[in-house]
Design a protein around this ligand. Structure first.
Ligand SMILES: C[S@@+](CC[C@H](N)C(=O)[O-])C[C@H]1O[C@@H](n2cnc3c(N)ncnc32)[C@H](O)[C@@H]1O
Length: 190
């Protein structure tokens, strides 16, 4: 059971526009620009919900049928705060859309490398049991760069290397997490 209403999207702390997630997708304080986002690895939908809560239109893709069903219910319960959030059961690796529907940003948060599992929060352990380790995550960056008009953002554990070892154009860090930014036409996949 996912409850998006537990996320803090109302207080000034919860939706600080200066926080790294928002900076990474291109949101600036005092600027009304909000990117259209495809969250290619929706999971529990928390990041998608945080983006929708500040006015982004977000299409969240989740390929695991069971997780998608939970998320769909959670988004229905969370409306209207998540008004711009739509979820669909699809795999980003094979996802295609019309030119006019291409998002500004593709956001990626594949399962972190399984390490000290005891340190993982209970909800994430349950997710790993359902979906595994996303062993095909090497293909996500190429899929994101193919779809995004402006940037691809990859959420990583602070001390982990970049996805596929490809250096991002910029990074926005938090204590335990950072957001690596890749730019179509600038980022080269080697
Ligand atoms: C770490 S979770 C994402 C957590 C999410 N950012 C949140 O805030 O709740 C990764 C999720 O991405 C999904 N996923 C991984 N690869 C995918 C793909 N190619 N297409 C769609 N979903 C994918 C997995 O099934 C898993 O549910």
């Amino acid at each position: 059971m996912i409850d998006l209403n537990l996320l803090d999207v109302r207080s000034s702390m919860g939706r600080r526009l200066g926080q790294p997630l928002y900076k990474a997708v291109g949101i600036r304080k005092g600027d009304s620009y909000r990117p259209r986002v495809i969250d290619g690895t929706a999971g529990y939908g928390e990041d998608a919900y945080l983006l929708a809560a500040v006015g982004c239109d977000v299409l969240a893709l989740e390929r695991c049928v069971a997780v998608h069903a939970m998320l769909e219910k959670a988004v229905q319960n969370a409306r209207p705060t998540a008004g711009g959030l739509v979820v669909t059961c699809a795999d980003l690796l094979t996802y295609a859309c019309d030119e006019a529907d291409r998002p500004d940003v593709v956001y990626l948060d594949p399962m972190y490398p399984a390490g000290r599992k005891t340190a993982e929060r209970k909800a994430m352990k349950m997710l790993r049991e359902l979906v595994g380790d996303d062993t095909d995550q090497a293909g996500l960056l190429a899929a994101g760069l193919r779809l995004a008009r402006r940037r691809v953002v990859v959420k990583r554990p602070k001390r982990a290397g970049a996805l596929n070892g490809i250096e991002p154009v910029s990074s926005h860090g938090e204590r335990a997490t950072r957001y690596d930014v890749y730019v179509p036409g600038v980022t080269r996949l080697v």
